[in-house]
Ligand binder design. Structure first.
Ligand code: MN
Length: 271
């Protein structure tokens, strides 16, 4: 037994507060024992999310300031810093260098590095991080600002290159994988090589669709099934590895988190 009861599944990045039936989602997570990190996009949304999740031992709440909202909401950074000591979970935070958000990129970097430094000072934080078109910049920020090993960065919807993945792994990063990443053919080789002991699952609902409707935490078992198929391993083995990984990121002892290594392809000239 642990703080989550006895988890069966992990949804480590879901925007619970963007669903009409937020409370029903919390009940579903409890019933199915899905440890779900409800990320938020602004510090102002944090209190309400904490309140809705308050009766649940499976739903966690992240304090966030989404990079896509930094241009309008960077004024909430002091509120973020005020709330940070009250939570272990931080997200959604990160960088977005896509064309729609590039104008605020310098401001995003300033906000993200301040958030990372505050997390580093307080220690013991677990972060869910956005890195659209900015993986190497995100990694650089992590390298410069997360100097202690007692915070755990989780890269959500990671789409970097194998060498960026290797750098992230060296830094102790985990990766949360959603169904759309698995379906998109271009990610297959990366998803086959990431170390199993560094993987978590996520839905990124409601932004990701599942069977033509917004994905829900209860869809995670299907994601795990898809991932098990892709990795050629047994479903129940993968499900229990994911729960092991969830517990590992909560361990106060960084040594409990395995030093992962990229897995080489069978066809690789190096094997
Ligand atoms: Mn998201």
């Amino acid at each position: 037994m642990n703080a989550f009861g006895s988890p069966r599944w992990v949804d480590f990045h879901c925007h619970l507060d963007l669903y009409q039936d937020h409370q029903r989602l919390v009940r579903e997570c409890n019933a199915e024992k899905i440890v779900t990190l409800g990320v938020t996009t602004t510090p102002k949304a944090f209190a309400r999310n904490i309140e809705v999740a308050s009766g649940s031992s499976y739903v966690l709440t992240g304090l966030g300031l989404h990079p896509q909202l930094v241009s309008e909401r960077s004024g909430e950074l002091p509120l973020f810093e005020k709330l940070l000591p009250s939570t272990k979970y931080v997200g959604e935070v990160g960088l977005d260098a896509g064309p729609r958000f590039y104008a605020s990129f310098q401001e995003q970097k300033r906000v993200f590095s301040r958030i990372l430094r505050a997390c580093d000072e307080q220690g013991g934080k677990i972060l869910s991080i956005h890195s659209v078109r900015s993986v190497s910049k995100v990694i650089k920020e992590l390298e410069e600002n997360l100097t202690h090993e007692n915070c755990v960065p989780v890269l959500h919807w990671f789409t970097g290159t194998p060498s960026e993945a290797a750098r992230a792994i060296d830094l102790g990063c985990y990766f949360s994988i959603n169904a759309e990443m698995i379906s998109a053919g271009k990610n297959r080789s990366l998803l086959q090589t990431l170390p199993l002991e560094r993987l978590l699952t996520e839905t990124d609902g409601p932004f990701v669709s599942f069977m033509s409707r917004p994905a829900r935490p209860t869809d995670v078992p299907t994601t795990v099934e898809m991932l098990a198929k892709l990795r050629g391993i047994d479903l129940s083995l993968l499900a229990s590895q994911l729960v092991t990984n969830l517990l590992a990121i909560h361990s106060p002892n960084p040594a409990k988190r395995t030093k992962g290594k990229m897995r080489l392809f069978k066809s690789s000239p190096y094997t």
